[in-house]
Write a protein that binds this ligand. Structure first.
Ligand SMILES: [Zn+2]
Length: 220
């Protein structure tokens, strides 16, 4: 299939594993999610419409940074545009995870941001997880909206669609995707019984700062 592009074996394998994990982790429905990983000369992106259990590392598509794909590969995910654009504009990002997780998507269908109802919202980089306006899947418009909603953030919702999470590593992006879905489920539940009390902006700034050093050991 993509024998000519057999490079990046480790990354390809990690992407296949991550795809299969997404449903087990409860952050995706069917084969709707997709993953992008930055590599030298461009990005790797999951193929279009392929069941995860049939996907092999060779099916992962190498795409140049300009969005073109060398011949002899599968069709890239229809959402390749936002993967390409995120890597082009966010130097710190090494991996992008997009899913239609149940609760995140439920809130996105109401065009709801996730506000600072819980301090863990700061894991996504600020005092909210924004919901990007609706645009047709696979379009440049959707990518443009997503980039805007992701400004200073590591996650956003996509109206009537799903969520995007970015990370320095694929492992980090997946973990944050699980966290965002957990927050979405908690916020959804809280909304059922009342009006969640939101944390003040100053407190969220404090938590964002704490997370910047959280889990990092002092120099040894
Ligand atoms: Zn999607």
């Amino acid at each position: 299939m993509s024998g000519k592009r057999a490079g990046f074996v480790r990354q390809r394998r990690a992407m296949v594993d991550a795809c299969r994990n997404m449903n087990a982790l409860g952050i995706n429905q069917g084969k709707s999610g997709n993953i992008g990983v930055r590599v030298t000369g461009g990005l790797l992106v999951t193929p279009s419409g392929m069941p995860y259990d049939e996907m092999t590392p060779a099916d992962i598509v190498f795409m140049r940074a300009d969005g073109t794909v060398p011949k002899g590969q599968r069709e890239p995910s229809s959402e390749w545009r936002f993967h390409r654009d995120i890597f082009a504009t966010r130097a710190e990002v090494g991996a992008v995870v997009h899913t239609h997780a149940m609760f995140a998507t439920t809130l996105a269908c109401l065009h709801k941001d996730i506000p600072a109802f819980h301090y863990m919202v700061a894991m996504a980089g600020g005092d909210s997880i924004r919901c990007a306006p609706y645009a047709t899947f696979g379009t440049q418009g959707l990518s443009d909206h997503a980039l805007e909603a992701l400004a200073d953030r590591k996650a956003c919702l996509l109206a009537n669609h799903g969520m995007i999470v970015v990370g320095e590593t694929l492992k980090g992006a997946l973990a944050l995707a699980v966290e965002v879905e957990t927050l979405a489920a908690q916020y959804w539940r809280a909304l059922q019984i009342g009006k969640p009390v939101l944390l003040p902006k100053a407190e969220m700034r404090r938590v964002v700062k704490k997370f910047a050093t959280y889990g990092k050991q002092p120099k040894d």
